[in-house]
Design a protein around this ligand. Structure first.
Ligand code: FES
Length: 345
């Protein structure tokens, strides 16, 4: 299958959601309409020079393509989008991708925090429109940092019997103690034991930082919810970085050669000791796929065909993919002096 390409899309509108977040809506020209048709919960990747970032679509299926963006500290791309992008600007966008998408089910449970609301809003609005029930637990620091608060209230008004919305604020007291504090394992247990009808939820959708996703997964697992009914999308990882490579580690000492296969073409790339495969290979193959470079999105996945690598972080690949030999090239350094990785696999 041909690798997706970037297309130039014009910004139709920019809505300010709160002090540090906007929603950006794109005009999709008719010839690109099929290519940019999206499923609930998918994302698009934007490119600005060498920088790429993925943003979740925050729109119901069948409505204009819209992404939600929150400014992150030091994030050049998010700062550009939140503070400078105007209607009429043209941005380079990859077609929608991602499998964080519901298929059927009568009752969907969503547990999200912060900008994790973006795919959740798309899922909630889409499945509610299709007649399903939704229970949404939404954690934020304060009321003024809540993204899409008005749109969620509108959904609640439109579907009062089928949409349960629970706001939990960590740094602002609420009238009901249950709705104050961090949306962590203890809070989830308390909510599931009282106001949230977890037992008849068909599928769970978790989106936000790593801690929230792992907490929610372990609580749902302890309640007997099968793994296959719990889906997650990570937005950022608030875990400590991997330990630095040791100077006497073989990984550090061994420079290697890496053969990169992409779109059927092989290229030999010198791989300096300790440098991730993606970083080294991009110097000669600028067409390599990537988005987050943080081990979260999975865009840089490739199969190790020969040699050995060490993957230092992985928040994207399933255990079965790792077992099959796939790695995140943005997180992988050489373990042998000759390696071949296949991005087409
Ligand atoms: S680029 Fe996102 S996991 Fe490697």
């Amino acid at each position: 299958m041909a690798r997706p390409e970037f297309h130039k899309l014009t910004v139709a509108s920019v809505e300010r959601l709160c002090s540090d977040a906007v929603a950006v809506t794109f005009d999709v020209p008719a010839p690109l309409a099929d290519l940019f048709a999206f499923r609930a919960g998918q994302f698009v990747t934007l490119r600005n020079g060498d920088e790429r970032r993925s943003y979740s679509i925050c729109a119901a299926v069948g409505t204009p393509l819209r992404i939600g963006v929150r400014r992150v500290d030091g994030g050049l791309f998010s700062t550009l989008l939140v503070d400078r992008v105007q209607p009429g600007d043209v941005l380079e966008v990859l077609p929608p991708a991602g499998n964080f998408t519901p298929a059927g089910g009568d009752h969907h449970g969503l547990v999200v925090a912060g900008s994790g609301i973006t795919p959740a809003l798309s899922i909630a609005a889409s499945v509610l429109a299709a007649g399903a029930r939704v229970t949404l637990l939404y954690g934020n620091r304060r009321a003024d940092t809540v993204m899409f608060g008005d749109e969620l209230a509108d959904l609640k008004d439109r579907y009062p019997a089928r949409f349960q919305l629970v706001h939990v604020l960590s740094r602002e007291p609420r009238d009901v103690e249950l709705f104050s504090g961090r949306l962590d394992a203890a809070k989830l247990r308390a909510l599931f034991g009282t106001v949230v009808p977890w037992a008849d939820v068909d599928d769970w959708w978790l989106c936000g930082p790593y801690g929230l996703v792992t907490d929610a997964r372990s609580v749902l697992s302890s309640l007997g919810v099968p793994d296959g009914r719990v889906h997650h999308e990570l937005f950022y990882v608030d875990e400590p970085p991997p330990p630095p490579l040791r100077a006497d580690d073989a990984v550090v000492r061994a420079a290697a050669t890496c053969t990169v296969v992409l779109d059927g073409r092989s290229t030999d790339v010198p791989l300096p000791a300790g440098v991730p495969i993606l970083d080294a290979a991009q110097r000669v193959r600028s067409d390599l796929p990537f988005a987050c470079k943080g081990g979260v999105c999975g865009t840089c996945r490739a199969l190790v065909v020969s040699g050995e690598v060490e993957m230092r972080r992985n928040y994207a690949l399933e255990p079965r993919e790792v077992e099959a030999g796939f790695v995140l090239t943005c997180q992988s350094v050489a373990r042998t002096t000759s390696i071949t990785v296949d991005f087409d696999a």
